[in-house]
Design a protein around this ligand. Sequence first.
Ligand code: ADP
Ligand code: MG
Length: 320
Amino acid sequence: MNEFEFINTIKQNAYRQPSLIKGIGDDAAVFRQSSQDVVTAMDTFVEHVHFSKQTMSPSDIGYRVLAANLSDMAAMGAEPAFYLVSIVVGDHWKKNELQDIFKGMQELAKQYSIDLIGGDTVSGHELSITVTVIGYVIKERARFRSAARDGDVVFVTGTLGDAAAGLHMCLHPGEYKDKHHFIRKHIRPEPRIAFARALTSLDRVALNDISDGIANEAYEIADASNVTVHLYNDKIPRHSGLKQFRASDVHNWVYFGGEDFELVGTVPEKDWEKVMTASEQTSVPVTKIGYISADNETGVVYLHDQDEVIRLGQFGYHHF
Ligand code: ADP
Ligand code: MG
């Protein structure tokens, strides 16, 4: 099967987005936009660095890389519309495995009504997948990390540390409580797009998605907004099943174990009720975990634990 035939097997039969003018099959794709702001994000997944065949099936790999991109859309408050996939085909990957990667992406794409409109396919030694997502947001409503202000409430969706616990279960197979929940959180994370979209009526929201642990994401908000983020250790939402693990592991997973793909955000105190309404509307749990102060110090995250206050290091997962 040559590249042309392969592309035909991964191509959608029909497109879902009305703004699309030309999808796969020409030198580039074309879509039309006039009234909204366009938001783009890109993510690359490399075999042996971000995933391995050992712990993830090909369709999980596809699902996961697209989910990571959709989570970036959620963190911008955007509605995703299109994606493009550049794939370096590793020499030990079979044709049907590659097609399954695309099936995994299509599964998620269908859920969000987004279309695969292009990409590139080349051969190499190990598998690498780069996904670009394009989305829309109402003008002036893109959500930036730099929007946090003195006195804001800090909130987070879902529970933290679950994806890292799921990865641990994949790497150390055995009997675990709530195994299905944790592993699913690792291989099939749910981007919080609907929740972020439900905040559209709010004038000011700072948002960041948790891809490297809350310590790192809170730091990014503190840094971009020139504020201090205060978090309360006992307010951080944790799944009850985490109790089966050592407290030190759980601490690391919650604060530095990335890839929960939950959202951390800040809003003025007066808008907290609207955040709770968005939570109810979208059935996404949300918890108040701290507050913002604007003192002399900026770009700092403090963790309040009973009477102790410690400065939280930024060491989530960093690639350099
Ligand atoms: P060109 O030589 O003009 O760059 P290609 O042969 O690379 O064209 O691609 C032909 C068509 O197939 C284009 O529309 C391109 O976007 C699409 N395409 C190629 N690889 C992929 C892929 N991995 N995923 C989705 N679309 C792809
Ligand atoms: Mg090309």
